[in-house]
Design a protein around this ligand. Structure first.
Ligand code: SF4
Length: 482
């Protein structure tokens, strides 16, 4: 059991995130008294303010015995929002450092638990300047020099690629996949569910999309992204209907991307439809080039089928093709990643995205008796190998994000050949412009005060609910973008 007492329960979730950096547990029990440390792990946290200072103190117990502690103090900033942000940071830092003293394994991103480290670095640089932002990352958050350099090089790659004022992105989601990957935590429906609902979903989506032009008004669409799920899981007729509507919205946009993530959904007919609609970028995902692993993770295609689908897509002359790979898959080490990458690089895609496996609650991995996963150290080694190989082959990291329950507290990194970066990925991960999103589970975002405040409108995730309530979803968006 892992338990926690805090005198600042409003930060319970933040403290739990920092605890989970070291302790692999879904459930952390909140105790209402600190008096008797229970068996198992116990974190005792207090947050006090005195004068102009705030102190977050942590004592860490294992089976009733105190094994480490740490206190972190900082000045109380002016403003309620800033105060809350500092309290969260101080709490995470003190938990991270107390637990590090016990477990003795520094983590690559230190006490940072957020999804967007490069956005944090960008914001910190514009607020504090480059030097102080570097010190914040390295000395306060305990980010490793290697990960700080990665975030820094991502900001350099993004230079000159940010949206202009008033531009926005459009996202269209298709929540269907041919099979469910064992690591999937998205709302994605397999054919047993979606075959009966596909036509009604397409109809609902087209109806929801009817409000797009009215909401966009005179603004310019910078990037349009059709994702999921797997859009190419749709029948040719439904895919054509969605993409023809998408093309009207993307008219004049810099970018029009379609995810064709599952090679086993790619056919010449569907590629012709995608090309005819004007999409210029496509994702075809390998995940690994080892067939045994593909079977193990619930993908129905082989590596040879991936290569054939990729080559077929390449023959259509898209501006950019992306391939995803995953580090940390069961039974795989850095040698596997190196071998998979070598094959993928030989196909010369413009973009390669290297993910780290995240084993989330809803994933089949959580319950399945899978072959041993690589250790966190092996997964970190696999990412390093990937970075070295990609850099040597002319790819540069250009966007980055992290997820909860990611192996080794690592990250996902998108690499690109010069001039081929996906603008939608940059905008989305750095939260640089409004997003108008359509389809089940899609989340529209509107930025206020240059992104200091973000309001969201989430569409219903459930397929039946979305089909019945798509008109309401359009209304939510109208209100958000009013
Ligand atoms: S392709 Fe993506 S959305 Fe579909 S099942 Fe796999 S992880 Fe989930």
């Amino acid at each position: 059991m892992t338990a926690l007492y805090t005198n600042a329960p409003e930060y319970f979730n933040d403290i739990c995130e920092a605890v989970r950096l070291f302790i692999d547990t879904r459930r952390i029990e909140l105790l209402h008294t600190p008096d008797a440390p229970p068996s198992g792990f116990f974190v005792l946290h207090t947050l006090e303010r005195q004068g102009g200072m705030m102190t977050s103190a942590v004592r860490f117990f294992s089976d009733g015995a105190s094994v480490s502690e740490y206190s972190f103090s900082c000045a109380v900033p002016a403003g309620a929002l800033e105060m809350k942000r500092e309290a969260k940071r101080a709490s995470k830092i003190s938990v991270y450092r107390a637990l590090l003293r016990h477990f003795k394994t520094p983590l690559p991103w230190g006490s940072l638990t957020g999804i967007r480290p490069s956005k944090l670095l960008r914001d910190s640089e514009s607020l504090l300047g480059e030097k102080k932002a570097a010190s914040l990352f390295l000395d306060t958050f305990d980010v490793s020099l290697q990960k700080y350099a990665l975030a820094k090089s991502i900001l350099e790659s993004q230079s000159g690629l940010y949206p202009a004022d008033g531009e926005l992105d459009v996202y269209i989601g298709i929540p269907f996949c041919v099979t469910r990957c064992a690591y999937c935590s998205f709302a994605s429906y397999t054919p047993d569910v979606f075959k009966d609902a596909e036509a009604r979903y397409t109809e609902a989506l087209l109806a929801e999309l009817a409000c797009a032009k009215e909401i966009i008004g005179s603004r310019r669409v910078r990037a349009l992204y059709v994702g999921g799920g797997t859009p190419t899981a749709l029948s040719p007729a439904n895919l054509a209907a969605v993409l023809e509507r998408a093309a009207l919205i993307a008219d004049g946009a810099d970018e029009f991307t379609v995810e064709a993530g599952r090679p086993d959904t790619i056919t010449e007919e569907k590629l012709r439809i995608i090309k005819a609609a004007g999409a210029r970028r496509l994702s075809v995902n390998a995940q690994t080039m080892f067939d045994e692993t593909l079977r193990r993770i619930g993908r129905r295609h082989t590596s040879a089928e991936f290569a054939a689908a990729f080559n077929l897509a390449a023959s259509f002359g898209f501006d950019a093709l992306n391939v995803d790979l995953i580090a940390g898959l069961p039974g795989e080490t850095s040698e596997h990643i190196a071998a998979s990458l070598a094959q993928v690089i030989s196909l010369a895609p413009e973009n390669i995205t290297v993910h780290t496996l995240a084993v989330k609650r809803a994933s089949a991995f959580a319950a399945a008796n899978m072959e041993a996963f690589p250790t966190d150290t092996q997964t970190a080694q696999a990412l390093e190998t990937a970075h070295t190989m990609l850099s040597a082959s002319g790819y540069r990291p250009y966007y980055l994000y992290r997820q909860k329950y990611m192996k080794g507290s690592l990250e996902n990194t998108g690499y690109t050949k010069p001039g081929k970066a996906c603008l939608y990925n940059i905008d989305n991960m750095e939260e640089l412009c409004d997003v108008l999103a359509f389809g089940a589970g899609a989340i529209s975002k509107r930025l206020f005060q240059g992104g200091a405040r973000i309001e969201r409108a989430a569409n219903v995730k459930d397929l039946k609910g979305y089909i019945e309530r798509h008109a309401e979803m359009a209304d939510f968006k109208r209100r958000l973008f009013q």
